[in-house]
Design a protein around this ligand. Structure first.
Ligand code: NAG
Ligand code: NAG
Ligand code: NAG
Ligand code: NAG
Length: 909
């Protein structure tokens, strides 16, 4: 049935094909000079008489007949500018360097650089479209067109690709069959999984909605960016049909007590299902084609739940708001969450960068950045990532073939969200680049893509390379290391300059260990980042709490993550990520396994916090403290810190030279930064002492008060961290930095090894029933074991949420011993019982190293494991999570399985 649908699409494409006048009209004397693509460096080719042209080199930084002669400053800049592959290499290597940068202001500097350099490659306002190869009001104004970065190949050229290559292009079916079709499934070396694949598909189909019925190169997604139209529909009528029109919510249905999208019987919107699918089985979703794959239904369900969850939160904040305002504000929050997840989870994973990416619109407030975006045809072509799809789907022990998966309305509700998330997280997706990796079920889509690009006369791959500041390839053998591909392409195209855009992106040699080659990244990232940051919510006018319903809503946007999206909307929090869980690997001998370095960053951040002391009120918030202050103080603390971070930044980033600073320079910068922090230390220390005195904890009431006090003293020393203090001093005294890093790493590695290898596994929450129990729980364990004790009373708000959260965490952190104890069982003071619950004490080697009281002040009364985890992580109180081991052995067999997905972008109704 899919075949027939696709068949009709192809027929449609053929019908729409304009009768172009090739070959026959062209005589040798009248070759359009622009067919040579003579203008370099973004110069614009303008034809004058039959064989005369001019290049408009204005503001390209070049001059001369073909814009090839650099102006002085261009030459200087060229000289300084690192090549993209060098930058990429740096961004994906030198873990230790990034470990430091991740934690400092340099992260902001680099992030800003990434954003501006990338988005400057995308013209704004938009330029050409498929009808207009020159600037025109129509192409600016008519939003139904995709824009184009490069104008079409002129109609009257000697060959389809201009002047290079053969008179005819290779048969697309043959091309796909010979070079793109999968032979055996090749998993992505970056570990990308199906959770990522479906996210990509779900996310991008809010702005890729090719509208072939209007003509080629048109789109139905008129917002041209992240508008969440895939959740709310691309027009008002559809939106209203999907809305509950109460409390801002969307319609839903409950199945086994869980929220799912409503059926079409309930929300009358048109969905693309095979004819004859009963209305009761069709899910009503914003994007009409999302019934196609259960993976899309999964994300639709998650976002539906998230929308309605946020509505509840906003409603509680603003009891006076009507349905419309609740809906509209929630939509902005959902858009904000989406952008954050895309940058910090999705692009982060895809890039493989060690620089921790950050969604922070304020980074661009002082640069010339145009808000607004127009989706480009090239972007839509480039995003056909069907090699991601496996050969079949493994869910909960079942293997589903495509025929059982596609349009199967029962998969989602049969397994439920948790099981699908778990399954898709564990199943590897295919490598996108490198060829031979598209499942036969979806090769048709690749064929369609190539056909579309020909009808729209996309310029050659090498012209796009130049457009994005990349060197054009000089031969097929330079283009790919694969001899077979090089040979076939040579035969197909005859000339590297005639290679087409899409095959070029898919067949280019991949970067070492990466999902695709240089061009996909260097061309895709600019489109992507421009689209994300060009969103109106990122503009200075919008980017403030009130836009999102106040601090609470703004916080939701600012802390969104894939994990939260899933875990706040499921009962049990399944394992979720964009990469397959790492296998239990033996630690490599070289200096940077991820585990160790993550730990290092946590340690560094904690070191920062401790020295800064800005958050000590959390460690020692006594029950007498005004709980409500905490959050505000935190907010302030952050501002203070940002301010201090910004200060040195002026020194280093004004001319952008920070980027060129070597490792030594980075360490120097860091040291200066530390110095600033230290100045605050003394002040904070006094405050800390005051707080410790105030501490009214009596849970270890069997120890006498004197001893307790001493303990606290010691503890205070501990808190400052003997080791970290030492290291800090080393740093201050200007000891050799290399030594410092070396020393640091060794210590961390040692600690990690102890943790991971010898650690006893607990995996559940132990209930303690008495003071004796309590002490024993502490004393019994190895010195390196973390013990966390939750003090509760069942009826105190938040204690139940805490109990649930710890049960989850106990699973996730099997090496940490989690205990809970009723406060009455350990005879705490009444004051403590009344005002400090739920409390969490963290011990190591018998010493209290973390002490959280009245957690509801920080977490609210309804929170989840992720929140507690985030809080603990913030203080560096959690070890690295051990890699999750799949219980069922999923080796070859599972890896052999990838899914293919139909391209929902092809209009199928
Ligand atoms: C400009 O480009 C045209 C066409 O490629 C070429 O014939 C001509 O020699 C070039 N002119 C210069 C000065 O390089
Ligand atoms: C955009 O162009 C298409 C095709 O020319 C036309 O049908 C449509 O009405 C135009 N839209 C606007 C808003 O002008
Ligand atoms: C749909 O999925 C279920 C599993 O949820 C499977 O048992 C069934 O065979 C599938 N239906 C079809 C028509 O393939
Ligand atoms: C820095 O960020 C990258 C990307 O998230 C990560 O891979 C690397 O481990 C981070 N380093 C630390 C220490 O967090």
């Amino acid at each position: 049935m899919r075949t027939s649908v696709l068949g009709s699409v192809c027929a449609l494409l053929l019908l729409l094909r304009e009768p172009v006048c090739r070959g026959d009209e062209v005589t040798s004397s009248t070759v359009n000079p622009c067919c040579y693509f003579p203008c370099q460096h973004l110069g614009v080719c303008v034809r004058y008489s039959e064989d005369k042209y001019e290049c408009d080199c204005t503001r390209t930084g070049y001059y001369g007949e073909n814009c090839t002669v650099p102006e002085f400053w261009t030459r200087a800049r060229q000289f300084l500018k690192p090549r993209p592959d060098v930058v990429h290499y740096i961004l994906t290597h030198f873990q230790w360097l990034w470990d430091i940068i991740n934690c400092t202001f340099l992260r902001d500097v680099l992030m800003r650089l990434v954003l501006t350099v990338r988005s400057n490659l995308i013209p704004h306002p938009p330029t050409y479209n498929s009808k207009y190869g020159y600037l025109s009001w129509e192409s600016y104004y008519n939003l139904s067109y995709y824009t184009r970065v490069l104008p079409p190949v002129p109609e009257d050229c000697p060959t389809p690709m201009g002047v290079k290559g053969k008179a005819g292009l290779p048969d697309p079916e043959l091309l796909v069959e010979r070079l793109l079709k999968r032979r055996t499934f090749r998993p992505d070396p970056q570990g990308t999984n199906l959770m990522f694949a479906f996210f990509a598909q779900h996310f991008t189909h809010q702005f890729f909605k090719t509208y072939n019925r209007m003509g080629l190169g048109y789109t139905k997604a008129l917002a041209h960016g992240v508008d969440a139209g895939h959740i709310y529909g691309d027009n008002l009528k559809r939106q209203l049909n999907l809305r509950l029109l109460k409390n801002g919510k969307l319609k839903y249905q409950l199945i086994n007590g869980e929220m799912y999208p409503p059926t079409v019987a309930n929300a009358a919107v048109k969905m693309s299902y095979p004819p004859g699918t009963p209305k009761e089985n069709q899910l009503a979703i914003g994007q009409e084609v999302f019934g196609l794959l259960p993976g899309l239904g999964l994300y639709a369900t998650l976002w539906l739940r998230e929308h309605n969850r946020v509505c509840d939160i906003l409603k509680a904040e603003h009891p006076t708001w009507d349905d419309e305002q609740l809906f509209q504000t929630t939509r902005l929050i959902i858009i904000g969450e989406t952008i954050r997840i895309v940058i910090e989870d999705y692009v982060q994973h895809l890039s493989g960068y060690l620089l921790r990416l950050k969604f922070d619109p304020t980074l661009l407030f002082n640069s010339q950045f145009q808000y607004g975006n127009r989706i480009a045809l090239e972007f839509s072509q480039l995003y056909h990532w069907h090699p991601l799809m496996p050969d079949s789907f493994f869910i909960n022990g079942d293997e589903l073939a495509y025929t059982q998966f596609i349009f199967n309305t029962s998969v989602l509700t049969h397994y439920g969200v948790e099981k699908l998330v778990d399954a898709f997280t564990r199943q590897a997706a295919g490598q996108i680049g490198g060829g031979y990796n598209i499942n036969a079920v979806v090769t048709k889509v690749a064929v369609g893509t190539i056909k579309e690009s020909r009808q729209l006369r996309l310029q050659p791959f090498n012209e796009y390379r130049k457009r994005f500041n990349l060197e054009p390839y000089t031969s097929f053998r330079q283009f790919t290391d694969n001899e077979e591909i090089a040979r076939e392409l040579e035969e197909f195209y005859g000339d590297i300059d005639a290679l087409e855009f899409y095959p070029g992106l898919m067949l280019e040699k991949t970067r070492a260990g990466a999902i695709f080659g240089e061009s996909m990244v260097e061309m895709g990232a600019p489109f992507s980042l421009k689209g994300l940051l060009g969103n109106p919510i990122c503009s200075p006018e919008y980017w403030k709490p009130s836009t999102f319903g106040g601090k609470v809503g703004f916080d939701i946007v600012n802390t969104a993550s894939l994990k939260k999206l899933v875990c706040l909307n499921t009962r049990t929090c399944p394992h979720v990520a964009f990469n397959v869980p790492a296998k239990e690997k033996s630690q490599p001998g070289n200096d940077g396994s991820k585990v160790q370095t993550d730990e290092l960053c946590v340690a560094m951040t904690t070191l920062d916090d401790k020295i800064l002391g800005e958050k000590l009120q959390y460690y020692y918030s006594s029950s007498e403290d005004e709980g409500s202050d905490n959050e505000d103080e935190d907010g302030e603390g952050k501002t203070i810190r940002d301010a201090s971070v910004n200060e040195p930044e002026i020194d280093y980033s004004a001319d952008g030279t920070a980027v060129n600073t070597g490792p030594k320079g980075v360490i120097n910068d860091w040291r200066k930064y530390k110095q600033l922090e230290v100045e605050q230390k003394q002040e904070q220390k006094n405050e800390m002492e005051r707080l410790i005195k105030k501490l009214s904890m009596t849970c270890r009431s069997d120890l006498d008060l004197e001893k307790d006090k001493e303990k606290q003293k010691e503890l205070q020393e501990k808190l400052k961290g003997k080791m970290t203090m030492q290291e800090y001093n080393m740093l201050q005294e200007g000891q050799d930095d290399e030594d410092f890093l070396q020393h640091y790493r060794m210590q961390r590695i040692e600690e990690m090894r102890r943790q991971l290898c010898r650690g006893k596994r607990f995996e559940q929450v132990h209930e303690l029933t008495s003071g004796e129990d309590f002490l024993e729980a502490l004393d019994k364990e190895d010195k390196s074991t973390l013990v966390m004790i939750h003090i509760y009373e069942p009826e105190v708000p938040g204690c139940e949420a805490m109990r649930g959260s710890l049960m989850c965490l106990a699973q996730e952190y099997p090496l940490v011993k989690f205990c809970s104890v009723r406060s009455s069982a350990i005879s705490t003071s009444a004051l403590f019982r009344d005002s400090a619950l739920p409390a969490l004490l963290v011990y190591k080697g018998g010493d209290l190293i973390g002490n959280f009281v009245r957690l509801t002040d920080q977490l609210g009364e309804d929170f989840f494991a992720v929140d507690v985890e985030a809080l603990l992580q913030e203080y560096g109180l959690l070890p690295e999570k051990p890699p999750i081991v799949t219980k069922t052995v999923r080796n070859g067999a599972i890896i052999q399985t990838t899914v293919s997905d139909e391209d929902s972008d092809l209009d199928i109704d």
